[in-house]
Design a protein around this ligand. Structure first.
Ligand code: GRF
Length: 197
């Protein structure tokens, strides 16, 4: 399956996904068609290029959402992705975008999306002293962090006393489960092969 990975920032989830494609749970299952950013100077874009991935960007600054998204859809379609994988892509997608890749857009949210949506999920868990948070991988629909959940994984937060520690524990889980969930999804979507195994 061909992946378009979208990011706006540092791209640690992108790195984990690319590593999984190159030598982990996604090897033989997926290839990185493109890493795209709405921020041409996102550190993650440079990292992706250094890891050998095709990259593309368009600046979303000052653009109207619908127009920008129509442009992004056109860019992405050139790479013929089977899945659009949001990895810290800090934009709400317009209906045009969602429809162009309906049922094939994934997001990772560092909280239980039934309990928390939007930004600052680790801060929320930390400030509320949650003993546990849940990393959620879900399909993207037109709402903010509302789409059907594909997988949830608990993160034990007991004994954490800084936000940095909460994030460190959470990200370690994010980096593992995003690739695993995607691998599972791709395997399910593949037609059953006949023959000897
Ligand atoms: C991650 O916590 C992800 O769950 C959220 O945004 C953050 C992106 O981090 N959607 P990174 O750019 O992948 O390091």
């Amino acid at each position: 399956a061909r992946l378009a990975i979208l990011l706006s920032g540092r791209g640690s989830n992108m790195v984990a996904l690319v590593q999984a494609v190159q030598s982990g749970v996604l090897s033989g299952l997926a290839e990185v068609a493109v890493v795209f950013s709405n921020k041409p100077d996102a550190p993650g874009l440079e990292t992706a290029a250094a890891m050998g991935c095709p990259t593309a960007s368009r600046s979303s600054q000052g653009c109207k959402r619908a127009e920008f998204d129509a442009d992004v859809v056109e860019v992405l379609q050139q790479y013929q992705p089977d899945y659009v994988v949001l990895a810290g892509y800090m934009r709400i997608l317009s209906p045009t975008f969602i429809r162009a890749f309906a049922g094939r857009i994934l997001n990772i949210h560092p909280a239980d999306t039934h309990q928390h949506q939007g930004l600052h999920a680790y801060e929320w868990a930390f400030e509320n002293q949650l003993p546990e948070t849940k990393i959620t991988v879900h399909l993207v629909d037109e709402g903010l962090d509302t789409g059907p959940i594909l997988a949830q994984h608990p993160v034990d937060l007991r004994g954490t006393d800084t936000l940095a520690e909460v994030e460190r524990r959470g990200l370690a889980v994010e980096h593992r489960v995003y690739a695993e969930t995607l691998a599972h999804l791709i395997k399910q979507a593949q037609p059953v092969e006949h023959g000897l195994h």
